[in-house]
Design a protein around this ligand. Sequence first.
Ligand code: 13P
Ligand code: SF4
Length: 357
Amino acid sequence: SDDELHARIERAKATLGDRVVVLGHFYQRDEVVRHADFLGDSFQLANAALTKPDAEAIVFCGVHFMAETADILARDDQRVILPNLAAGCSMADMADIDSVEAAWAELTAVYGTAPDADGRVPVIPVTYMNSAADLKAFCGRNGGIVCTSSNAATVLEWAFERGQRVLFFPDQHLGRNTAKAMGISTDRMPMWNPRKALGGNDEQTLLDAQVVLWHGFCSVHRRFTVEQIEQARREDPGVQVIVHPECPMAVVDAADAAGSTDLIRRTVAAATEPTSFAIGTEINMVNRLAAEYPQHRITCLDPVVCPCSTMYRIHPGYLAWVLEALVRGEVLNEITVPTDVQADARVALERMLAAKP
Ligand code: 13P
Ligand code: SF4
């Protein structure tokens, strides 16, 4: 039964004590969240992986790229465990190293390698945290950096101090929304389609570009629409609409605020008067906020509900399984990033961690 499962997880955690730390992303289901020692957005979880030097094992209740990041940042002898290896991210899968290297070769052929009068190189690669470790390593090797949804503007500023342009992957929406908020015209943000020569652009468009956007997107967040926002406002003219920046640009523009999962949580937590919120992000998180803050009216913008199916693959049964194995001294479902990839990826992640918050 569910109660037995929870009791098994609690027993295993009590036996392991400080030898294990369980990290959980905000999108995890409640039955998993209740066992997390630390709950956060992807930036906070990357930091949390660094703050538990005593733990022999980090059990990551999130998706594959998050566990890889923990492995890159954690001490070499710390083991990182993903309770279900099938918990991937469809957006992260939309950029692979071969396509990005091919794009880079074409772009550098157009741009050359000579810096401008301010010493800025022609183009800097920026990868969203939601990407495979080898793409983070690519950024580390090529003067680039990683960003999350909570620091994308800071990271783009970092990149424009060092480069004339940015190649941003995999999420077109986060790239476009962030660059637009910085005052960059969408006319100067061509999309890169990896199946076409020059990504489907002419040379002049690429030369004029400020941000070249990869074609990736999140299948959960692209479901949100301007019509849903209008409907929410018709139902309650005082509603506050907050969305994640992985939503399409028109949705972010129509919302009252956009930001990372932690910004959404903090906005709700900071409301002192009973408020109506319509939120455009994953349903497990929205439902949890609604339960935690009953003084507010909190609904999901999408009436059909929108779970992240891969986050949902972390079931408490898998958590019990990996924790009980640890009690027996067995490490199951370990995520190990190859050493050479780790070294380069760490460079790009450390640039992000050092960029001002
Ligand atoms: P956050 O960085 O806002 O937690 O988002 C992670 C994610 O995967 C959103 O889809
Ligand atoms: Fe990936 Fe979207 Fe799920 Fe986030 S919500 S983990 S971007 S599929």
